[in-house]
Write a protein that binds this ligand. Structure first.
Ligand code: LLP
Length: 386
């Protein structure tokens, strides 16, 4: 055991694999629930896109959260893990007909609708089934977030949502339709946000839009502010539980929730990010011209975030206490971008050492691919090792 990891067990398993520390996960879920309990009518949906490992999903469902899904596959995964359909919201800019039908068949809580053409299709498909679908409109609030450009979503130039200018129009259209029931507004400004000022900017925008609607005698029951709370990738041990207190109290203090309204959240990364670690083995240590490479058996097919977003996952050599040396840590994939980090200090590395890539519980296993005909990594829970 080095630190928090059962290394002897790890040695018996084929690498690379994801390891989920269920204590960290359960403590994180408890922390969310404790903060949410301070406020009336706050409701959290776990964003399944962050991690849909069935064992992880089951633990999250046991905590009582709902589910935020963005595909038919995610709806199926959530239902299979036992999430009640009445706690499922379904978002996405391009919902296929079969996915809408699946949502209708399960009687999910709400469709987060992103365009008038989509609304028309939902209305038609619901009519064909003799149902009425709850819908919320995803409004693009044109609020920038201080995060990586690839993961901001709330700007007018992004493909997501309906513009603020069109908001009144879509609501009018929905109110004329027989098979949709307009119940709320939905927003999401981006991911890995640590600056509460970004969420305050969203609250201000929601307040403005609500005033505008109320002036027209339009009252919504549900406000959904999406997710986006970030985690500390540099200090996974020191900060294993994100600052949910500041997050929820920011919304409680800044968003003018009307007495009849429920405020919904869709948290992904903050729930599962810190409980997951990618465990991999060193295949070779190679001396380059000016540097040393540690070549791992895990690559961008197992964890794509560094290649895609220049994300940094803290790395640790779990099987060496020797003095620190500096390495470029790379994977085996035939792509120059298959690099986990450059000039990384690790305890001296040798073939066979186990390397941990931390804070990989969110958007890790779920974004794995079979490129180069590689096998998908497996995921193990710490519970399975006791
Ligand atoms: N709600 C909506 C509408 C979303 O689009 C997202 C994430 C979430 C909730 C959950 O956001 P979170 O709480 O996890 O920040 N693959 C990227 C992140 C993409 C996020 C996409 N949308 C990454 O690895 O950083």
């Amino acid at each position: 055991m080095k630190g928090i990891f059962p290394i002897d067990k790890f040695r018996e398993l084929r690498t690379p694999f994801y390891y989920y520390d269920t204590k960290v996960l359960r403590d994180t879920l408890d922390a969310v629930n404790k903060e949410v309990a301070r406020y009336e009518r706050f409701d959290v949906h776990y964003a399944v896109k962050a991690n849909a490992n069935s064992k992880v999903l089951t633990i999250i469902r046991e905590s009582g959260m709902g589910a935020d899904c963005v595909s038919g596959g995610e709806i199926r995964a959530a239902v299979k893990a036992g999430f009640p359909a009445q706690k499922i919201v379904f978002a996405g800019v391009g919902k296929a007909d079969w996915e809408i039908e699946l949502g209708l068949d399960y009687n999910i809580f709400c469709f987060n609708v992103e365009s008038i053409p989509e609304l028309e299709v939902i209305n038609e498909l619901a009519a064909a089934k003799g149902k009425v679908a709850n819908v919320a409109f995803r409004i693009n609030p044109n609020v920038g977030a201080h995060t990586h450009a690839n993961i901001t979503t709330g700007l007018a130039e992004n493909k997501f949502g309906i513009s603020m200018e069109d908001m009144d129009k879509v609501i009018d259209v929905a109110q004329e339709m027989k098979n949709v029931n307009f119940i709320g507004l939905h927003f999401h400004i981006g991911s890995q946000i640590l600056d509460m000022g970004d969420f305050i900017a969203l609250c201000n925008r929601v307040n403005e839009l609500q005033d505008r609607l109320e002036a027209r005698q339009i009252f919504v029951k549900h406000i959904n502010v999406g997710g986006g709370l970030g985690i500390d990738y540099d200090h996974p041990n020191r900060q294993s539980i994100p600052d949910f207190k500041s997050y929820f109290s920011t919304y409680a203090g800044q968003l003018k929730l009307r007495p009849h309204q429920t405020l919904h959240f869709e948290l992904g990364r903050a729930v599962v990010g810190q409980c997951g670690t990618l465990i991999s083995k060193v295949l070779y240590v190679k001396q380059g011209v000016n540097k040393k490479f540690a070549i791992l058996d895990a690559g961008m097919t197992d964890l794509i975030r560094p290649a895609l977003y220049q994300a940094h996952h803290k790395m640790e050599n779990l099987t060496s206490d020797e003095t620190m040396q500096t390495y470029d840590v790379v994977g085996p994939i035939c792509e120059s971008s298959d690099v986990f980090g450059k000039a990384i200090d690790l305890n001296k590395v040798k073939r066979g050492d186990l390397i941990a890539l931390r804070s990989a519980g969110a958007y890790g296993e779920i974004m794995a691919s079979g490129y180069n005909c590689r096998e998908l990594p497996k995921g193990y829970l710490s519970d399975e090792f006791v």
